[in-house]
Design a protein. Structure first.
Lengths: 177, 186
């Protein structure tokens, strides 16, 4: 009876579970275990890497990063105390008086400035008209005469120039000047 | 102290009134992790200090556009990794070292560093790690020191889990061989 049960078709189905493994899994399993054991041995022998940082480095690092991103603002910003600006009436009236004086001075100087600008614009127009009336040839002659009067380089300067050109290459001049 | 959830940080950051507070929370939660992640890659403390600040400035500028379909910490780790690798590549270009080779300069930096107080075996491990190609070193660090899962490392590096496992296995074998061939046993 038992033998019949073991060899029956539905019993075969139970023995095959239907689970599978990736291809070459058992060939690679040995290697994986060996590597894991080597890593664990290494970890036990060398638990830390030996690198260190200066004292309080991470506090400083956080401040530096915050200064370059949020502008140094942190949660403590919310706890900032607010000071009242108008503590007494004297301060209030003094501020109002200052404001009136500054505003008055502003109006006074602005009016004066406008007058000066107006005067200047009249002068500019007159100068332009005068230049327009002058003969063009006269202007050219005047410029040429002034150009001739300009100082020519002295002998010393010419000699110095020649000396530099003879003794230094173009590269020397570009790199050293 | 209970650590604040990423979702809470993101929610606070989306509100302009609590944005600064959210960033402060984010720094409290991640600045040390990111510091050590970068430090193990670039070795030098001062270079790490510059990079970690750059990383968090990038995070500050781009967090508004961060899409919550990926994890916040994998996103920050990814920025940190990219910044570090870019830095190392620039360093190699300055020293005319081919990009796929390990710079001997990192070992010199390690030896000269005022901020390394490791004993002989710790120094040996660091030297062993510096013999690894950059990607293997990165994966080894994240698995061994940061204890991240392969799935998390995959999200950070954009590499498949299978490839990561293979890289980690090769890295461990190389480190083990290096350590056993030296005069220090473990």
């Amino acid at each position: 009876m038992e033998e019949n049960l073991e060899h029956s078709e539905w019993m075969k189905g139970i023995k095959e579970t239907g689970f599978t493994t990736p291809s070459n899994y058992f060939e690679e399993l040995n290697d994986s275990i060996r590597v894991k054991m080597a890593a664990e041995r290494l970890r036990a022998a060398v638990p830390r890497d030996g690198h260190t940082v200066p004292p309080n480095y991470f506090e400083q690092l956080q401040s530096n990063i915050l200064a370059r991103t949020t502008g140094g603002a942190t949660t403590s910003k919310q706890q900032t105390k607010i000071a009242r600006l108008w503590r007494s009436n004297v301060l209030k009236y003094a501020s109002a008086a200052c404001f009136v004086i500054i505003a008055g001075m502003g109006v006074y100087f602005n009016t004066n400035e406008q007058r000066t600008i107006q005067n200047n614009s009249y002068t500019d127009a007159a100068t332009e008209q005068m230049l327009f009336d002058i003969d063009e040839e006269m202007i050219i002659e005047h410029i040429e005469a002034n150009y001739k009067d300009q100082q020519k380089p002295t002998a010393k300067e010419t000699a110095l120039e020649n000396y530099i050109l003879n003794n230094y290459s173009q590269n020397d001049l570009t790199t050293n000047l | 102290m209970k650590q604040v959830e990423d979702s809470e940080i993101l929610e606070k950051f989306s509100n302009i009134k609590t944005r600064d507070e959210a960033f402060n929370l984010l720094l409290n939660k991640y600045q040390q992790k990111i510091y050590w992640h970068i430090r193990r890659l670039v070795i030098d403390h001062d270079d790490t200090d510059d990079l970690v600040q750059d990383v968090f400035i990038k995070v500050w500028k781009n967090l508004e556009n961060f899409r919550s379909d990926s994890q916040l910490y994998t996103w920050i780790y990814r920025i940190a990794t990219n910044e570090s690798i870019t830095f190392l590549n620039k360093q190699k270009q300055r020293n005319n070292t081919p990009l796929d080779e390990v710079s001997g300069e990192l070992e010199e930096t390690l030896v000269a560093s005022s901020y390394f107080d490791g004993d002989k075996i710790q120094m040996k491990l660091q030297r062993a790690l510096l013999t690894l190609p950059e990607k293997q070193r990165l994966i080894f660090n994240m698995k061994y020191f940061d204890d991240l899962k392969y799935e998390e490392i995959a999200a950070i590096t954009g590499t498949s889990v299978g490839a990561l496992k293979a890289s980690f296995h090769i890295a461990v074998k190389k480190v083990e061989t290096f350590m056993l061939n030296e005069d220090i046993t473990f």
